[in-house]
Write a protein that binds this ligand. Sequence first.
Ligand code: 13P
Ligand code: SF4
Length: 361
Amino acid sequence: LASDEELHERIRRAKQTLGERVVILGHFYQRDEVVQHADFVGDSFQLANAALTRPDAEAIVFCGVHFMAETADLLSRPEQAVILPNLAAGCSMADMADEASVEACWEQLATVYGDLDTPDADGLLPVVPVTYMNSSAALKGFVGRHGGIVCTSSNARTVLEQAFERGRRVLFFPDQHLGRNTAKAMGVPLEAMPMWNPRQPLGGNDAAALGDARVILWHGFCSVHRRFTVEQIAQARREHPGVRVIVHPESPMPVVDASDAAGSTDYIVKAIQAAPAGTTFAIGTEINLVQRLAAEHPEHTIFCLDPVVCPCSTMYRIHPGYLAWVLEELVEGRVVNRIQVPDAVAADAKVALERMLRALP
Ligand code: 13P
Ligand code: SF4
């Protein structure tokens, strides 16, 4: 087995040989041993944009999870190869909404609201599907076909506002927490946010609640962010008077309500950068990002709300060994672990992504 230092040396050498031919993207949740080799580090939205800034690169090596690499493939030039160093790096939340279950839900909603693809007399669709970026390209394609939009945690509110301009209600998937937290902040009452139960036929879902629904939530969640609790926040406030608590909106609603602010990974990074020296932060997001922020900001005290280390286990599957391997293969002229969205899916998925980009200020 290669030692860590040998692996880093192999990565540096391969990267140097490839030069401008390759660009390495690293999500904020990647371990430091990977992030140190990235040309761009950011959240899922920033990295999708970063892929666009290097149309000259032959290969985009995406150190993140599967749906992020698919999005980079959708937005990059067709000749560019998007590479995911370990194909087992998925996202358990994205896997909680598969196309067949969403199609089945859609068919059942049509029995309540009528033809879902035909606008009413006011020009509004009965239901607009909105998918979180953390979903397969196939689901983004579904959304694109049915008048819907993609969102990320940094623009969910703007996208939901747009969706309400297009239709009477929203089907939001896969993350129930992002959907609930965002809609609540917009003033949608909780009673108007029934949760779809994909394991039940329509009779098992509350048809009366569906009648008044504004946002129909899917049952998905992030196994990292759902670990945060109100009790952890109370403890942080007891032990660190004046602490500023910021959580990711994938956290459960009571946790978001008990925090001082909630926002995407980029929001958290910027809030820490903007704070006066000496601020104490308790952060509710993935541990690799929290620990890096703590190291980069010795002028603050920064700790994770969850005292038990909580890395995203799928992000963690990108090991420097895989990075060395895919880069060395590129040096030899071989593309391995390419992520390619089939053309039939890509066209509709791009429509949904472009609606998101147009919705943004
Ligand atoms: P961001 O969109 O903030 O990068 O989050 C992605 C993610 O997977 C959060 O769990
Ligand atoms: Fe998916 Fe959660 Fe990991 Fe983000 S942190 S990639 S939502 S499992």
